[in-house]
Design a protein around this ligand. Structure first.
Ligand code: LRH
Length: 480
């Protein structure tokens, strides 16, 4: 059994972390080596990620891990860096919340109707899918100069190893992949005016991705060779890989900045009904499909906290727990909540527009957000079960939101199903488990999940309360 740990580089929308994990067939222990903020930067041309700051955070993290057996990188999806013919990064990658994509969908749909786009790629409409970002970038000098497009984890892997590839689970969020084949949707790309040769060859989770370059080893104080392993580089795919499900009929909610709620399937659901319900068919490990809906998630609360100058979260949640339940609710799937800024006022306005009392105090607004998220979780899980024709007996909540007892209990109540909450570091665990599996330390997907279930602290919430009150509240918000 390996004695040196695996390292997971896990980048979320608000922070990045470098974690180490010792993995054996029956032990799994994760330790945080370094956590650093991920602060977007607005310049006159738009909202960007501070990619060099993130890379510096990764190098600092690797300095702190000590010797590691292999490294895997996962991050949020859809965003990318463009390289010129000399493999030099062309500008700072855009943030998916940048408004340059505001009218890109209509532009693309004029060439490819949304029905055709869905039937070929299975991706839900969110304005920031890579295909819409590239549509917005059409005719820019930067895109004309680009010879390579690397998704964020692939770009960082390239900087660490000098090797280029396109990891499949993340590539499936571009809307340029056919989820039935796991290959490029050539016809869609051609009609969208996107040259798939911009992308490096596809890699799958478990494939080798290269070794740390000599100057990286030097900076990190590591002794080579240190391999980088391709993991499920989309953080949501990694988190789903680590869902501690031991039962067959489970749904999951990956909670953090987003809530990604849905099912793991063997094949995509590409029906018109599924498109109308705005469900996505992203790819997971082992050829699985992540059939889910994007819900705004804790972003709603994070943005309110920012407006309120970061009040104490525990006190805020305690007050919210005592506030009147389901007084006002909003549609937590509404893309109107996507951009940053003025969130408390936008939530109040949405309540007003649907004839409900405006939440005024911080506790009322926080309660409105948590009730609305629970309601959106329930709707997504019920819709997914119906559209995929699959029963659901239990809901697994993984990611940062698994730490929130109130949100987990409200989700159990709204769904009328037990919720198993944890692990909070789902993406990092999925990342190291795929590395350990590639290394021959653990077996199949079921064994990975069993290991998480047996080793990580989990909390169980039984449904309580009256489902009819949730039904009534559901009628107050529009459905997608
Ligand atoms: C969550 C996530 C989600 C995407 C969004 C861009 O971090 O990867 O799955 O839809 O970020």
């Amino acid at each position: 059994m390996p004695t040196t740990p695996y390292a997971a580089i896990d980048l979320g929308a608000s922070s990045g972390r470098v974690m180490t994990a010792h993995v054996t067939p029956d032990t799994l222990a994760l330790t945080e080596a370094h956590r650093f903020p991920n602060t977007p930067v607005r310049t006159p041309d738009g909202l960007h990620w501070d990619i060099l700051g993130l890379y510096a955070g990764i190098l600092e993290g690797l300095r702190r891990t000590g010797q590691v057996r292999s490294i895997g990188i996962d991050s949020w999806a859809v965003d990318y860096g463009l390289l010129d013919a000399d493999n030099v990064l062309l500008g700072n990658p855009y943030h998916y919340r940048d408004t340059r994509t505001d009218h890109a969908a209509e532009k693309l749909w004029a060439t490819i109707p949304p029905e055709e786009l869905y039937a070929a790629t299975g991706l839900q409409y969110v304005p920031f899918n890579t295909i819409y970002q590239l549509t917005a970038a059409r005719d820019t000098v930067q895109l004309a100069a680009a010879r390579r497009l690397l998704m964020i984890p692939d770009l960082l892997t390239y900087w660490l190893t000098g090797r280029q590839g396109t990891e499949l689970t993340n590539a499936s969020t571009t809307q340029l992949i056919d989820p039935r084949t796991g290959d490029w949707a050539h016809d869609i790309a051609a009609r969208a005016g996107i040259d798939v040769k911009l992308f490096a060859p596809i890699r799958r989770p478990g494939d080798p991705a290269g070794e740390l370059l000599p100057h990286v080893l030097d900076e990190a104080g590591l002794t080579g060779p240190v391999p980088v392993t391709t993991v499920a580089s989309h953080d949501t795919a990694s988190a789903v890989a680590a869902v501690p499900a031991t039962e067959e009929n489970f749904a999951y909610i990956c909670t953090g900045t987003w809530s990604l709620a849905g099912l793991e399937l063997d094949a995509p659901v590409l029906t018109e009904e599924s498109r109308a319900a705005n469900f996505t068919n992203e790819l997971g490990i082992d050829g699985t499909v992540r059939y889910l809906r994007n819900i705004m998630g804790l972003w709603l609360l994070q943005e309110c906290q920012r407006t309120w100058n970061q009040p104490d979260l525990t006190a805020l949640l305690d007050e919210a727990a005592r506030a009147t339940p389901l007084r006002s609710v909003v549609d937590a799937g509404d893309p109107a909540f996507l951009p940053p800024g003025g969130m408390p006022d936008r939530i109040a306005a949405a309540c007003r527009a649907t004839g409900q009392p405006e939440p005024r105090t911080r506790a009322e607004i926080t309660r409105c957000i948590l009730d609305s998220l629970a309601l959106a979780h329930r709707r997504a899980i019920e819709d997914a079960a119906r559209l995929a024709d699959r029963p659901v007996d239990v809901v697994h909540v993984v990611g940062g939101g698994a730490r929130g007892a109130l949100l987990c209990q409200l989700t159990a109540d709204a769904c009328g199903l037990p919720v198993v909450a944890g692990p909070a570091e789902g993406a990092a665990l999925g990342n190291v488990l795929v590395q350990a599996r590639a290394d021959g330390v653990i077996g199949d997907r079921a064994a990975m999940r069993r290991l998480v279930a047996d080793t990580q602290p989990l909390a169980r919430y039984e449904p309580s309360g009256d489902r009819a009150t949730w039904d009534a509240a559901a009628a107050r918000v529009r459905t997608p």
